[in-house]
Ligand binder design. Structure first.
Ligand code: KG4
Ligand code: ZN
Length: 344
């Protein structure tokens, strides 16, 4: 009764990810990103991402097999992200996964990308097991979601999500208006290090009492982006210099404050003293710092998987596939497609 050897494919956004796990042990995690091709557009262009996946997918599979030191015909099952994400991008991964499943005669598991982010936690090297239920906060360029995870493979509830821009997208857009390169998150982080986070009080979206009935766990960042743009314009119109560090630090503080206020409210409301973070924005220095501070103050256990597993990758999809198999779930068959709005 050995643990299943699973190959996972992730193509929901701009990362072509192929990972291989045995049960909850990571064997390979190959990522090919088309980020640079999107840089001059200031955001991910769906058509460009899909074409890049098509070029990268077969080499990524070969590289993962080599990295894991296995033969393709040893694989017990294939797992693939079927949504949510960019349609054309998802289709490349789903097509490749179906082809592999048929060619190898092994079962195929369709996996939800957001749940995959949570599943990444089982691959931690310290072997500590994730305690359930947990609240999970997933923040990237494509999503900002709060989940209540009671069971990794069968009971994940979406508590809230962004109603406009994703948090990472807000970082990218504000970076752009400050003249910083794409992707903006790391640059905002760098510039913010020299700034005063209390210099400018930018709005905290959906945190007013009137918003909390309908949007207690939802996020909104487009108003913040507009507020930053207006503030910068006013300075420029007045012929004053824009204090980049203060703007970046104050903007970052507004995003991070809202993310953690809502995540901790979810933990409190549901009586769950555990918070898991995932997604590329977790690379943000202030996110990690404030998460540590606020969870400690609230008596909440904080889990942050290694960053290479927080950003989009195939290993987390493989890991979730392995969890599905070990929990006795039936494979998905071939009768599913890419679903850009797949619910959790
Ligand atoms: O998870 P990810 O690699 O890809 C997806 O978007 O799915 O996340 C990328 C996003 C980008 O929007 C990028 O600006 C943001 O994560 N990001 C950051 C930081 N590093 C990456 N945001 C804030 N601070 C950072 N240090
Ligand atoms: Zn993601």
């Amino acid at each position: 009764n050995r643990e299943p050897l699973v190959l996972g494919i992730e193509t929901s956004c701009d990362e072509t990810g192929v990972g291989i796990v045995r049960g909850s042990t990571l064997l390979a995690n190959v990522i090919s990103s088309s980020m640079e091709e999107h840089a001059r557009y200031g955001g991910v262009v769906p058509e460009v991402a899909a074409r890049a996946h098509l070029e990268a997918i077969v080499p990524a599979i070969s590289a993962a097999i080599a990295e894991a030191g296995i033969r393709l015909d040893e694989v017990d099952a294939i797992a693939v992200t079927s949504g949510p994400g960019l349609s054309g991008a998802l289709m490349v991964g789903v097509g490749a996964a179906k082809a592999l499943s048929v060619a190898l005669g092994v079962p195929l598991y369709a996996v939800n990308h957001l749940v995959g982010h949570v599943g990444a936690d089982v691959l931690r090297e310290d072997d500590s097991e994730i305690e359930l239920p947990t609240i999970a906060l997933l923040v990237s360029g494509g999503h900002t979601s709060l989940l209540l995870v009671r069971d990794l493979v069968s009971d994940v509830e979406l508590l809230g999500e962004t109603i406009d821009d994703a948090a990472g997208e807000a970082f990218d857009k504000v970076a752009r208006l400050l003249g910083l390169p794409y992707p903006g998150g790391p640059h905002i982080d760098r510039v913010a290090a020299d700034g005063d986070p209390t210099a400018i009080r930018f709005p905290r979206g959906l945190t007013q009492p009137k918003d909390l009935d309908r949007h207690r766990y939802d996020f909104s960042f487009s108003g913040l982006k507009t507020a930053v743009a207006r503030w910068v314009e006013q300075k420029q119109d007045a012929g004053e210099q824009v204090p980049l560090g203060d703007v970046a630090a104050s903007f970052r503080e507004a995003v991070v404050d809202v993310l953690l206020t809502k995540a901790i409210a979810a933990c409190r409301d549901h009586g769950i003293p555990r918070l898991l973070l995932g997604g590329g924005v977790v690379a943000n220095a202030r996110v990690r710092e404030l998460a540590a501070e606020r969870t400690a103050a609230a008596g909440i256990e904080l889990r942050i998987p290694p960053l290479s597993l927080c950003t989009d990758n195939g290993a987390m999809i493989a890991a979730l596939g392995a969890q599905l198999i070990m929990a006795g779930h039936a494979p998905s068959g071939l009768d599913f497609g890419a679903d850009s709005t797949l619910p959790v």
